[in-house]
Design a protein around this ligand. Structure first.
Ligand SMILES: [Zn+2]
Length: 371
């Protein structure tokens, strides 16, 4: 479909997402081991907003949202529940899909599952060994991490701290350098394992996303999204591996990092026991109220959730719907609302304009953002 030259183009974090053909969006999905919390939902609702705004601007969009079903935390949770990891993941995935449906998140065009991409990870590891970016040790394949940390602008202590708090196994004695990260991880006896040229093992977390993104789209993406806490090590290693293996740089033309949702100043985390579950909120209010809560802010901003914010989101949505009921049609106001959305997804400005102007401008915004 030809795009209308009168429509603006989407800009994300200073990069114009100019698209020839389809827009290729990749977002790091869930590790299906627990119930969806507000922090997860924020990322996927924001990707859905980017998807819907691009579509409104006439772009053909494909979203790829992976399922990280090969992961230590998932294996541990499945073992505690006494279930095979793949069956345990499938049940969690069902609940996740249900929450996303109620939130009005469009189903992605591609939903690759890590456990079916073992072959591409092995090929990725071989390519990284061939190019000298990786080495083998004790049945694992490690990517050299120092250049990745440097490219991310992190000094050694900062990089090590982030790796240590993100499952980066900095104390693995097989590594030449604690910064190195497994592309292929030799499995211990109890873990699920697959055969490889280096012995039984499983993909490294970052390598899974690299393999799934490259398998789905080829060597480049238009927009890569994920939680801000994935910036390093996950996204940095994912991109470094892709660029080293394909020779195509940048791996992602634009990055959308969604801010962290906090409770009383602390990031929501299972380990802290401070999770706000999406299903609990959806039992209180309709999906569009939760969407408004998540979207009526800048996507990169971290924020503190409080029950009062849910009430405020409900009032804001009511104001939008009230404004949409006015018969007024002003093409200039409608264009201004669309321009705000195209400008780094500035939903608060778009909502302010739509509520003030009303009529078609408000109806258009409600339709674009599924509010
Ligand atoms: Zn990822």
């Amino acid at each position: 479909m030809p795009t209308d030259p009168a429509l603006p183009r989407l800009t994300i974090a200073g990069t114009t997402v100019s698209v020839v053909g389809r827009a290729r969006i990749y977002v790091c999905g869930v590790t299906p081991y627990d119930v969806t919390h507000l922090g997860h939902a924020a990322t996927f609702v924001w990707v859905d907003a980017a998807d819907r705004v691009l579509r409104r601007l006439g772009v053909h969009v494909e979203v790829c949202r992976n399922v990280t079903d090969v992961d230590d935390v998932l294996f541990d949770a499945a073992a505690r529940a006494g279930a095979p990891y793949d069956r345990f993941a499938a049940v969690q995935q069902y609940h996740f899909d249900h929450d996303m449906d109620l939130l009005g998140v469009r189903r992605p065009a591609h939903e690759p599952r890590a456990h079916t991409y073992i072959g591409p990870v092995v090929e990725l590891a071989r390519a990284l060994l061939d190019s000298g970016h990786a080495y083998t040790a004790a049945g694992s394949v490690f990517l050299r991490g120092e250049p990745v940390a440097t490219a991310a602008g992190l000094d050694r202590p900062a990089a090590l701290e982030l790796l240590a708090s993100n499952g980066g196994r900095v104390d693995d004695p097989a590594k030449h350098d604690p910064l190195d990260q497994a592309v292929w991880q030799a499995s211990t006896e109890d873990d699920p394992a697959w055969p490889s040229p280096w012995g039984p093992g499983r993909p490294g977390w970052h390598a899974e996303c690299t393999a799934m993104a490259l398998s789905t789209y080829g060597p480049g993406l238009d927009l890569h999204a994920g939680g801000a806490d994935l910036r390093f090590p996950h996204h940095a290693f994912e991109a470094a591996q892709a660029e080293a293996a394909t020779g195509v740089s940048p791996f992602a033309r634009a990055w959308m990092h969604v801010g962290t949702v906090q409770l009383d100043g602390e990031k929501m985390a299972k380990s802290l026991g401070n999770l706000v579950f999406v299903s609990d909120l959806l039992a209180q209010v309709p999906g569009p109220v939760v969407r408004t809560l998540l979207l009526d802010r800048r996507y990169g901003q971290s924020w503190d959730h409080t029950p009062a914010l849910l009430d405020a989101a409900g009032a804001r949505l009511e104001a939008l719907h009230g404004a949409a009921g006015r018969p007024h049609t002003d093409p200039v106001a409608q264009a201004a609302v669309l321009a705000a959305l195209a400008d780094d997804l500035d939903v608060p400005r778009a909502l302010d304009l739509a509520i003030a102007e009303g009529g078609q401008a408000a109806r258009d915004l409600a339709a674009v953002l599924a509010l």
